[in-house]
Write a protein that binds this ligand. Sequence first.
Ligand code: ATP
Ligand code: MG
Length: 417
Amino acid sequence: MPSMKAPKGTRDILPPETSAWQRVEKAFSSVAARFGYAEIRLPTFEHTELFQRGVGDTTDIVQKEMYTFLDKGGRSLSLRPEGTAGVVRAYVENGMPSLPTPVKLFYLITAFRYENVQKGRYREFHQFGAEAFGAAGPAIDAEMIGLLSVFFEEMGLKRTGLRINSIGCPVCRASYNDLLRDSLRPHLAEICGLCNDRFERNPLRILDCKEPKCRPFIEGAPAQLDHLCPDCAAHFEGMKGELDRLGIAYAVDRGIVRGLDYYTRTVFEFVSENVGTQGTICGGGRYDGLVEACGGPATPGIGFALGVERLLMELAAQGVVNPPLEPPTLFVAAVDDTSGQEARRICHQLRRAGVPAEADWNGRSLKAQMKAANRLGARYAVVIGSDETTTGRAKLKNMKDGTERDVALDRLAEEIR
Ligand code: ATP
Ligand code: MG
């Protein structure tokens, strides 16, 4: 028999944990909307070429982690390993470059990567993200970080480490790449094979390598931040000024390069010790060349993606408690099968009126029904028998203090508000 277990790296999210998910999804949508970001929903798979171009074919994601397959029509498709490439494709395909700028979009998605499964690292995982197109200055970088800081604050996170860096633009990157190659060249025999490939094509990528044997050479390498062109330096200073005025604390971290090929200038991460080996809850940055690389007009852009599983781990680690599942307000019990029909009709009408209500669906005894009402945490209960059915009145019991009062059954919804 084939294995009936969920595939490695996937997980079932069950109640009551789903209430924590609903809470963060609602809060993220609400904060994003308040900051002027509109939701975009996209396909789960795209042409493989989109990710090769939009994520970059020197990245770990594209080289090692994609779920790529041929469909029955012979097309090479890939499950999305992240959200930005799809948003950029949709932005160009749907004519959004002609909209007033900035165009601000957010998403809640599942993403797929063939990873070494460990704490905080899955093969199917969830991301919240946002992208802003058409604003070149540093103000929007700070706005986006501001969105995240308000979201974290509303979630009840007390500590979130924000790290920022700049990885320059094509102008200063070229001369920096030469410096980086000079520093790494004597160690080519000692660094991993993948980094040897990256050495010519995109040496910056080497700085993000997680192989232990590469780390010492990475730590000794020059940093792009110390070799920015005047425009990139001004952008970085401008963003720091904006963050200061918004009252957002940050640390400059020369080591952040981000895992994707298309980043320019600003890169940032929110980090924590509680979420597994790499500790990144959220990563983002500016990608001024990406829209053009995906066939659109030259358009500056910036975005971030936040790992929802890691956010929830961090919330738990900081002791933020999840809201309990909503208990039914009223349990409609019945003394026998005939009254059960009336109880279920009343229950249905209450639900139509917006009241969370429950009844018995198993033909259980009255005693068992009252036990169920207690177990579910119902605030009120009524018991329906033939008298109640005939007179249309019943005793409404407050389950907390045991008090009862006589009410009209067709006014139950109003009585318990
Ligand atoms: P890492 O360095 O941890 O591999 P990354 O740089 O590959 O992360 P991004 O591509 O920037 O991650 O994705 C944004 C966020 O998505 C990460 O900060 C993290 O919170 C989350 N994330 C990435 N990969 C996974 C995964 N396999 N499982 C769970 N969450 C993930
Ligand atoms: Mg990764």
